[in-house]
Design a protein around this ligand. Structure first.
Ligand SMILES: *[C@@H]1O[C@H](CO)[C@@H](O)[C@H](O)[C@H]1NC(C)=O
Ligand SMILES: *[C@@H]1O[C@H](CO)[C@@H](O)[C@H](O)[C@H]1NC(C)=O
Ligand SMILES: *[C@@H]1O[C@H](CO)[C@@H](O)[C@H](O)[C@H]1NC(C)=O
Length: 270
C-alpha cells in the first residue's frame, strides 16, 4: 500500500455510526470546531436515542461499576491520551496495551467492557488514542514508520508498562508492526486483529519474532484478514482464532467470544 496506504490519515468508514462521525468530519474542520460539533451531536444523540448504541449486531457489555477507569496524558511535547485500569484483585504478570482501528479510539475498549474485564481478571490494561484520534492531537512523528515505532515505545516507557501484551486491530498495525519488528524482545505477547501494513515486511522478518502471538480475525472480513494472516503465519509461535459471523471489527461483533479467547491467551502466557 506504500505511502498512500492506511497509515496516512483517515479514510471514510464503511458504515455510519456516532463513533465514526467525528473521524469523517475531522478531515475538513479544526479540532475545536470538531469538538463543538461532537458535543452537539452527542447531546442530540443522548436526547433522541439514549446512550450511543452498538454498531451492527453487537451485544454491548456494560462495565463493572467496581472498576475505576483512569484517564490521562503522557508527558512531553506530543502527549498521548490513555485510559487505564488497575488490577481489581491480585496482579498478573503481564500488562495489556490496547490500540484501535480507524473508526475507533480508546473509548471503544471501555464501551465494550474490555478494560473492566481485564481489571477484574487481575490485569493492568491501558488503551491509547493514537495520534489524530480521540483526545490525542495529530503528530508529525506518526508520518514515518520509524516515528510510529518510536512513539509507541516512548508511550510504553512513560506509562511504565511491564511485560507488555500488545493488542492491535486494523489501522494500528501501522504502529504495532514496526514496533514488533524492532522491539519484539520488549513484548510478552502480541494479539494482531487483521492489522494493517503486514505486507511491508518480509517472511524472514516475521520468522525472527519469537513473541507468543494470538492471530484473531473475523470470518466475514474481506478487508485485511487474509492479507495479514498470510504474513503473520510466519511468526514461529502463533495460534489462529477465527471468530464466526464476525466482520473486520470482530471484537465488536462478537465481544463475548473475543473476550474469552483473549483471556485464555493472556492467562496461559508463561
Ligand atoms: C462490587 O463489589 C461489591 C463488594 O465487593 C460486590 O458485592 C459486588 O458484587 C461487586 N459488583 C460487581 C458487578 O462485581
Ligand atoms: C514500508 O516500509 C518502508 C521501508 O521499510 C517504509 O519506508 C514505509 O514507510 C513503510 N510503509 C508503511 C505503510 O509502514
Ligand atoms: C509459545 O507461546 C506460548 C504461549 O502462547 C508459550 O506458553 C510457549 O512457551 C511458547 N513457546 C516457545 C517455544 O516460545
Amino acid at each position: 500500500m506504500g505511502s498512500r496506504g492506511p497509515c496516512r490519515g483517515s479514510a471514510l468508514p464503511s458504515s455510519p455510526s456516532p463513533l465514526l462521525l467525528q473521524t469523517v468530519v475531522q478531515t475538513s474542520m479544526t479540532r475545536s470546531q470538531v469538538a463543538l460539533l461532537g458535543l452537539g451531536l452527542l447531546f442530540m444523540l443522548l436526547l433522541y436515542v439514549g446512550l450511543p448504541g452498538p454498531p451492527e449486531q453487537t451485544s454491548w457489555l456494560w462495565g463493572d461499576p467496581n472498576v475505576t477507569i483512569l484517564a490521562g496524558l503522557t508527558p512531553g511535547s506530543s502527549p498521548i491520551f490513555y485510559r487505564e485500569v488497575l488490577p481489581l484483585h491480585r496482579a498478573r504478570r503481564v500488562d495489556v496495551v490496547l490500540l484501535h482501528g480507524k473508526a475507533f479510539n480508546s473509548r471503544t475498549w471501555e464501551q465494550l467492557g474490555t478494560l473492566q474485564l481485564l481489571a477484574q481478571r487481575g490485569y493492568r490494561a491501558v488503551a491509547l488514542d493514537l495520534p489524530g484520534f480521540g483526545n490525542s492531537a495529530p503528530s508529525k512523528e506518526a508520518s514515518t514508520e520509524a516515528g510510529r515505532a518510536q512513539l509507541l515505545e516512548r508511550v510504553l516507557q512513560d506509562l511504565e508498562v511491564q511485560n507488555v501484551v500488545l493488542v492491535s486491530p486494523s489501522l494500528s498495525g501501522c504502529y504495532a508492526l514496526p514496533f514488533l519488528m524492532q522491539g519484539h524482545h520488549q513484548l510478552h505477547g502480541f494479539v494482531p486483529i487483521a492489522p494493517a501494513s503486514t505486507q511491508n515486511y518480509t517472511q524472514e522478518q516475521f520468522q525472527a519474532v519469537k513473541t507468543p502471538t494470538l492471530i484473531l480475525y473475523g470470518e466475514l472480513d474481506r478487508v485485511l484478514a487474509w492479507e495479514s494472516l498470510r504474513q503473520l503465519r510466519h511468526l514461529p509461535n502463533h495460534s489462529v482464532v477465527k471468530l464466526r459471523d464476525a466482520g473486520h471489527a470482530c471484537y465488536l461483533h462478537k465481544p463475548q467470544d473475543f473476550h474469552l479467547v483473549l483471556l485464555a491467551f493472556l492467562d496461559h502466557l508463561p
